[in-house]
Design a protein. Structure first.
Length: 606
């Protein structure tokens, strides 16, 4: 391996540790602590629990995500929307396609809900480590919540500056974190080397057999070890498949060693409550405070990864028209994935602080966690199985089916959490879900209610008006969904108001089902003085329409766009109208020059 190749090989691994593995890397802080509060720790039960954790990491993270899901990508991008785009090409329009679309919406919403619970549980669990510092044992929970909230506020305020500036620092810090996990695990294993036997899946099966239904419900807490496992696939577009998979093997080794070490510590100290922190303090009390600081930094990085992931999901939703347009800022000149969505940022912050106040302790928060992540994993499993069944890789179907059944078992176990706070996962996911359903249906209903003109009918009237020769000098732009269908505002402007320029151009923006790529086509002579400028762009592409126009020699005098004034008595359409009013319109979203903009209002009854 050449020196430059080696640098990029290790550089990719280090970046992956910072951007992708924060969540799963910080799960040892709370996973065993929560399980031990529910299960009486005996040597046999600890072996069983550690075995369950190790095999959950192998089957649900390594097999489902690192091996299966990550083999399915579109131009390097991954995630629920990508799985849907792959299936859309394989299925004929009908019930199956509607089912896949519904599944992808649910998957997106569960992941957004997860974006609230994960930062709350990660930061709060790290801050609770303060209680093990001598003299701070009796710190009130209100003070701990306040510290956690201040850290969260700092993290969310920082988002607008762009993570690009500190992304390079994230990786090395997480490398130090994983090394600390490995070393503390090894030191603890030395005290009870027999704990290594827990790698044998027999202990997991024995635990489930001996504990019956209670053992099955322990799975709802075991899933905490896979927090952020879905990030491997969702964040694939940031770094590519290979660096993430390579980094995963290092992360997996560090996690397994640390969990085995925690198991050894519990066997020797069955009365312990805060396991990871207790273990580190027992091994080297003088290193405890630096370790606590490192923990808080690692949880902030973990939260950052999920927040960036939520921005990406929302942006995909906006460009594929399943979510309303939102103001998007680009925080990096060279990283396409680095975006900031202010409205999403502040809603997330408010919900994170609310969740901290409602649940108060990280172990209570664990009761809310699990439904979203197992739901997302089950949906990924179903969609993967459907894809593999329609490709040449049919041998992967039984493996995909097996992990989907395991996902479903974990999801069923997590239903037990519903009355204990699990309903918050559903409440949080319902916010984007209701928005998606109202927005997608509202747009279809609005399109029907507006009764657009077909191009041939429009052309007849247009040619008559243009022939009169009273045309305004210059070029006018009109935004249309597709150039063969003329929206009412264009007819109102040109035909009813006789506002006609020497050159009129219909601008049509089409988002393709590929993540990246931009193509432009100028179709001249649609009618006298009427052209079409078509932009075809991937759904992750960040566009400058102004730049594309200049490249094609278009210098407009005025830009017309439609504004709908919706009149309705229907409650759902009233909600749709409210959302539409609160969000930027197409021209604001695409940052077109305000001085040349002219909005044309069309009253629509829905």
């Amino acid at each position: 391996m050449k020196q430059s190749e080696a640098a990029s090989y290790w550089g990719g691994i280090v970046k992956s540790m910072g951007l992708v593995f924060g969540d799963i890397g910080t799960s040892p802080i709370y996973t065993l602590t929560v399980i031990v509060t529910l299960t009486k720790p005996s040597q046999q039960s600890i072996y069983g629990i550690i075995s369950l954790i190790v095999w959950t990491l192998i089957l649900l993270v390594m097999v489902e995500y690192a091996w299966l899901a990550m083999s399915l990508g579109r131009k390097g991008e991954g995630g629920t929307i990508v799985l849907r785009e792959i299936l859309v090409r394989m299925l004929k329009p009908g019930r199956r396609l509607a089912f896949v679309t519904f599944l992808s919406y649910v998957g997106i919403c569960l992941l957004i809900g997860d974006g609230v619970i994960t930062p709350a549980i990660s930061i709060l669990s790290a801050v609770e480590g303060l209680e093990l510092i001598p003299g701070l044992e009796h710190t009130s929970q209100n003070i701990l919540i306040l510290i956690a909230a201040i850290i969260a506020v700092g993290l969310f305020i920082f988002q607008s500056k762009g993570t690009d500036r500190v992304a390079s620092a994230f990786g090395p810090l997480m490398v130090v974190w994983f090394l600390a996990l490995t070393v503390s695990g090894v030191v603890s294993i030395v005290d009870h080397p027999m704990v290594v036997k827990a790698i044998n899946p027999w202990y997991a099966l024995q635990f489930l057999r001996d504990n019956g239904l209670a053992g099955f419900f322990v799975l709802s807490e075991v899933i905490l070890c896979a927090t952020g496992g879905e990030a491997l696939y969702a964040d694939m577009g940031h770094l590519g498949r290979k660096p993430i998979v390579r980094a995963w093997y290092f992360v997996f080794t560090a996690l397994v060693i640390n969990y085995l070490g925690q198991g050894a510590y519990i066997i020797n100290h069955p009365e312990a409550t805060n396991i990871l922190f207790g273990m580190v303090r027992h091994e080297a009390a003088f290193l405890y405070i630096p370790f606590l600081v490192l923990t808080i930094m690692a949880t902030v990085i973990a939260s950052q990864a999920l927040i960036s992931g939520v921005y990406s999901i929302v942006y995909q939703g906006v460009t594929t028209r399943i979510l309303p347009l939102l103001k998007v800022e680009y925080t990096s000149s060279h990283l396409k994935s680095q975006i900031y969505i202010g409205s999403v940022n502040w809603v997330l912050l408010a919900l994170v602080i609310l969740i901290m106040l409602v649940f108060r302790k990280s172990e209570n928060l664990a009761a809310a966690y699990g439904l979203a992540v197992t739901g997302t994993m089950t949906i990924t499993g179903i969609m993967m199985t459907m894809i593999f069944a329609r490709t040449t890789k049919k041998w992967k179907v039984p493996i995909a089916l097996l992990v989907t059944l395991l996902d479903f078992a974990f999801l069923t176990a997590n239903l037990n959490k519903f009355p204990h706070g699990g309903y918050w996962s559903i409440i949080l996911a319902l916010i984007p879900f209701i928005t998606i359903m109202v927005w997608t249906r509202g747009q279809r209903a609005l399109y029907r209610a507006m009764r657009p003109l077909d191009l041939d009918t429009f052309r007849l009237s247009y040619e008559q008006i243009y022939a009169k020769g009273r045309n305004i000098p210059g070029t006018a732009l009109f935004f249309v969904k597709e150039h063969t269908v003329v929206p009412p505002y264009v007819a109102h402007c040109i035909i009813r108001s006789n506002i006609i320029y020497e050159r009129n151009i219909f601008i049509s923006l089409i988002r393709t089902d590929e993540p990246y790529g931009v193509d432009t086509t100028l179709i001249e002579g649609l009618a006298t003085g009427l052209d079409v400028f078509e932009i075809s762009a991937g759904y992750m592409e960040l566009l400058s329409i102004e730049e594309l126009l200049r490249k094609n020699g278009i210098r407009e005098k005025v830009i017309f766009y439609g504004v709908e004034d919706i009149a309705t008595n229907n409650l759902i359409w009233k909600l749709f109208s409210t959302i539409k009013r609160q969000t930027p319109n197409f021209v604001q979203f695409n940052k077109l020059p305000a001085a040349r903009l002219q909005g044309v209002v069309t009253r629509v009854e829905m």
